[in-house]
Design a protein around this ligand. Structure first.
Ligand code: MLT
Length: 397
C-alpha cells in the first residue's frame, strides 16, 4: 500500500489565512449583507495600472495572430522579461545576468518549490514572527526547523550568533508581519554568517518597493558576499497589484555552489522538468511594470497604500497604542490593547466594528499579543476602519 507523506499530520489544522477566511465567512453567513473592513490578508485593492492593462491586451491580440502567436514559453522565463528585471536591478547598482533571473508564478509558490534544491535532512531557521508558509513548507518536507524568536527588544531584527546551527536561513525584509527592515550592517552580519557556515539565505524581498528610507537595502545583492550565499525571491503581487494575475521572479547567482553543485544550474534542471513556464500574456503584462510609464504608475498606487498606512498609524497614535512598521512596509504591527490575546482581539474587531485584521499568533508563538493591519485596503474603507477603531478603543487606551 502507498505510504502518504505523514508530515502533513504535523501541520496545524488549517493555514492562517484560510482560517481567517472561514471565520469571516461564518460571520457573514450569520450577518448577511454586512460590509467588512478588510485589513487582514495583504491583498491589493487597486486595479492593475494602465501600462500593464495595455500590454496584456496587446499580448492577447498576439495570441490571436498566426505570425505573433506564442506556444510554450521558455521554462525559466521569457528573455524580454528577464532582461527587463535585470535592468531594474541595474538601477539599484546590482549587476545580474538575465539567466540568473527565473520568472515564477509568484513568491509564495516559489518559496515552497525552491525547497527541492535542499536535502530534507537540512535544518531551516525561521525568524519569528514569520510568514507562516516558511514553516509549513518545511514541515511538509519533514525538515527540522529552528525558530529564532524576535521581539521589541531587538526591533524584530534578530542577529546571528555562533550557537545557531542551520542550513537554510529565511530572511524577509521588509518583514511580513512586523514591517521591520534590515539595515545594511545587520543584513551583512547574516551574509557573513552564511558564508562562514556554508548556509544559504532565502531572502524574501516581496515588499522591497515599499522602502522609503534611502539607506535601507532593497536587494540582498546590494551587499558584499551575497552572491555566494543567497537566493532572492520577489513578487509583483504587492508591488504592482499582481495578487490575482500571478507573477514573480527569483534570483540565483552563478557563484552559488554547494558540494560542487551549482544551484543556478540545478534550478534550470528543476524548472525545465517541473514547469512549462509562465504564460506569454502574463509575462508581457509583467514586462510593462518595468517600463518608465509602468514604474510611474505602480509608484502612484504604492503612494495610495502609504496614505492608508498614515491613516491607520494616525489612529493608533491618537489611541496611544504601541506599533511598528507602516513606514517602509505595507503592514502595521500593533500591540493588542488591554492584554487581549491576538485571536480575542480579532473577534472583538470583527464582532463589534466589522474590521478584519490578522492575529499575531498566526505568525508564530512570539507573535502572540500583537496584531497585524494591512494597508492594502480600499482607502475609504481604511478611513472608516480607523474611525471605528478609534471609537471602539478610546476608553481602552
Ligand atoms: C499576507 O497577508 O501575509 C500575504 O498577503 C500572504 C501572501 O502573500 O501569500
Amino acid at each position: 500500500m502507498i505510504t502518504v507523506n505523514r508530515h502533513y499530520a504535523d501541520l496545524k489544522d488549517s493555514y492562517l489565512f484560510y482560517n481567517i477566511a472561514q471565520k469571516t465567512g461564518a460571520y457573514l453567513d450569520a450577518h448577511p449583507g454586512t460590509h467588512l473592513y478588510r485589513m487582514g490578508i495583504g491583498d491589493v485593492s487597486l486595479p492593475l495600472c494602465s501600462a500593464v492593462i495595455q500590454a496584456l491586451h496587446a499580448a492577447v491580440d498576439d495570441q490571436g495572430d498566426k505570425l505573433r502567436f506564442h506556444g510554450y514559453m521558455p521554462e525559466c522565463g521569457a528573455p524580454f522579461l528577464r532582461e527587463a528585471i535585470a535592468g531594474y536591478y541595474a538601477e539599484k547598482h546590482v549587476v545580474l545576468s538575465p539567466d540568473e533571473i527565473f520568472v515564477s508564478s509568484g513568491a509564495s509558490d516559489e518559496l515552497g518549490d525552491i525547497l527541492d534544491l535542499f536535502d530534507p535532512k537540512s535544518t531551516a531557521l525561521v525568524m519569528e514572527p514569520a510568514y507562516p508558509a516558511y514553516v509549513d513548507a518545511n514541515v511538509i518536507a519533514g525538515r527540522n526547523i529552528v525558530h529564532l524568536p524576535a521581539g521589541e527588544e531587538n526591533g524584530f531584527l534578530p542577529e546571528p550568533d555562533e550557537n545557531i546551527q542551520a542550513d537554510l536561513l529565511y530572511i524577509c525584509s521588509p518583514n511580513n508581519p512586523t514591517g521591520a527592515v534590515f539595515s545594511r550592517e545587520k543584513l551583512q552580519a547574516w551574509i557573513d554568517f552564511a558564508n562562514k557556515h556554508g548556509s544559504i539565505i532565502l531572502f524574501d524581498a516581496a515588499y522591497e518597493a515599499f522602502i522609503e528610507d534611502p539607506a535601507l537595502p532593497h536587494s540582498i545583492f546590494e551587499l558584499e558576499g551575497a552572491r555566494t550565499c543567497a537566493i532572492e525571491i520577489c513578487s509583483l503581487s504587492k508591488t504592482a497589484g499582481f495578487t490575482g494575475t500571478r507573477l514573480g521572479y527569483t534570483v540565483i547567482p552563478k557563484e552559488l555552489v554547494r558540494q560542487g553543485m551549482h544551484l543556478n544550474a540545478m534550478w534550470v534542471r528543476n524548472r525545465t522538468t517541473k514547469t512549462n513556464g509562465v504564460s506569454y500574456i502574463i509575462q508581457k503584462g509583467g514586462a510593462a511594470v518595468f517600463t518608465p510609464q509602468g514604474q510611474k504608475q505602480i509608484r502612484e498606487n504604492i503612494q495610495i497604500y502609504k496614505s492608508n498606512a498614515k491613516v491607520l498609524m494616525g489612529a493608533l497614535d491618537k489611541l496611544n497604542l504601541w506599533y511598528c512598521g507602516g513606514k517602509n512596509a505595507p503592514y502595521i504591527w500593533m500591540r493588542c490593547p488591554g492584554g487581549m490575546t491576538s485571536w480575542e482581539f480579532f473577534d472583538v474587531l470583527l464582532q463589534k466594528i466589522q474590521v478584519v485584521g490578522t492575529p499575531g499568533a498566526g505568525f508564530g508563538t512570539c507573535g502572540e499579543g500583537y496584531f497585524r493591519l494591512s494597508t492594502f485596503g480600499d482607502p475609504a474603507d481604511t478611513k472608516e476602519a480607523a474611525r471605528r477603531l478609534t471609537e471602539l478603543l478610546k476608553n481602552h487606551a
